[in-house]
Design a protein around this ligand. Structure first.
Ligand SMILES: *Cc1c(COP(=O)(O)O)cnc(C)c1O
Length: 439
């Protein structure tokens, strides 16, 4: 008997609800659906008991609970049968004290949560394990699903293709041509996905994949973050951060935002902990955007009045989005967390990443955006010297080698490479080497 339960709920009508295994993305009135848990059932276990349960499963091998996501299965997706879970033991990524970088910036208690140290190199694994597991459950119940599709700025498609391949479910990915990194492009290719490279940007790919999947007879299930199943997995990031800090709540969590599903997810996980008594206060959340793709930042500066924009090119390509799907719910969430939105220019994000790298990090450009926001908030006196700050690093730096190479070769657009460290080319001659090393 499964005592825990969850369903899709409409935000605007409490009576409109659907099983998580229904193929449904929007409410009758066109709003996004949300996964709602039976909180009464979850309350039958007290906060201490939840902590103990989560600790007992953390990073062990017992299927599927050794996964950071499925270790919190009752809170994430209790309705999937264990045998239908598709997991590569995502989550449980390291949270480390960035001591030197923090000291350089003037904060003593700076932590980086390396979500990119995951199976496909980004936090997208956290959500995709849930979505693909639910699809496997649907197929096992006889639903006519032929494939799963998504539009992507690169990392979503890599995660979808990997998890689809692990489950034996075909996947179709829509990518904006020339706007994803080589690593991101080759991942779905390697996993056998159908890769459609469209002469458009992310927003354009999104429009087309929505049209293709709108026909319920297409048999193609839509995996973009308007599909709230992914939020359920991604919300574990905030829970993990608190768990890894021995259940202490940091003062600030800074997260880069594009489509804004992850910003919403971070808040959702923390609110759930608060509701169930595992924490008694909330951190402040900072959403960091690239200045070249900053619709949320503009809204923040204009009393939260939102208008979509045409996103311009940014090295932080995974957040090059002008009309974020989750903008409404992200704004509501940020208001709940006394949130701030900051932006970073190409110069600022590239320098922040390079400076962090000099202290041992290996920051992707999106993490650079978050770090640049951190620097600005410290300079403004908003973040104090003794505050505990966690920066969410969303992808592995190795997925963005071109960005790093271009920075150190000083060929990055809109950027003067102040921290460039290019290799020195020398003849294979010991005297030349001695001279170069001042010996
Ligand atoms: C997807 C992604 C983001 C943005 O997440 P959203 O939910 O779209 O706001 C940030 N960084 C990386 C590396 C990503 O892949």
């Amino acid at each position: 008997m499964n005592t825990y339960n969850a369903h899709f709920a409409a935000q605007d009508d409490p009576n409109e609800r659907y099983p998580l295994t229904d193929v449904v993305y929007y409410s009758q009135f066109g709003g996004l659906l949300e996964v709602r848990h039976d909180m009464e059932a979850l309350r039958t276990r007290d906060a201490e008991a939840w902590k103990q349960l989560f600790e007992s499963r953390w990073m062990r091998t017992s299927w599927p609970y050794g996964s950071g996501v499925w270790g919190k299965k009752e809170w994430v997706c209790p309705t999937v049968a264990d045998e239908n879970v598709v997991s590569m033991f995502e989550g449980g990524t390291n949270l480390f004290w960035a001591e030197r970088f923090g000291r350089e910036l003037g904060v003593e208690d700076l932590w980086i949560k390396l979500c990119g140290n995951s199976h496909t190199g980004s936090f997208k694994d956290l959500g995709m394990t849930v979505l693909v597991s639910v699809v496997k459950q649907m197929i096992s119940e006889g639903k006519p699903i032929r494939a799963i599709a998504c539009a992507s700025t690169g990392d979503t498609s890599a995660a979808l293709a990997a998890y689809g391949a692990a489950a034996g479910i075909p996947t179709i990915v829509f990518l904006p041509k020339g706007k994803v990194s080589v690593a991101q492009l080759v991942q779905p290719i390697a996993h056998g996905a159908t890769v459609l490279s469209l002469d458009s940007d992310f927003d354009g790919c999104m429009r087309i994949v929505r049209q293709v999947t709108a026909d319920p007879n297409s048999g193609i299930y839509l995996a973009n973050s308007l599909n709230s199943l992914r939020v359920e997995g991604q919300k574990t990031v905030g829970i993990e951060i608190v768990q890894q800090l021995d259940w202490q709540v940091p003062d600030w969590i800074i997260i880069p935002g594009g489509n804004l599903g992850n910003t919403f997810a971070l808040g959702k996980g923390l609110l759930m902990m608060h509701e169930l008594g595992l924490i008694t206060r909330l951190p402040r959340i900072v959403c960091a955007q690239a200045q070249n793709a900053n619709p949320l930042y503009r809204a923040f500066c204009d009393n939260w009045r939102y208008e979509p924009i045409q996103a311009r090119t940014t090295a932080a390509s995974a957040i090059q989005i002008g009309d974020p799907v989750s903008v409404r719910r992200a704004i509501t969430m940020l208001q709940r967390f006394n949130g701030i939105v900051e932006q970073a220019s190409e110069q600022e994000l590239a320098d922040a990443a390079a400076r962090a790298d000099r202290t041992g990090a290996y920051a992707c450009p999106h993490t650079g955006v978050a770090l640049a926001a951190l620097i600005k908030l410290i300079e403004r006196g908003e973040i104090a010297k003794t505050d505990r700050v966690v920066v969410v690093s969303t992808a592995h730096g190795l997925k963005f080698s071109r960005f790093k190479v271009d920075y150190h070769e000083a060929t990055l657009a809109e950027v003067t490479s102040r921290y460039a460290n290019p290799p020195r080319e020398l003849p294979a001659d010991v005297d030349a080497v001695r001279r170069a090393l001042d010996l």
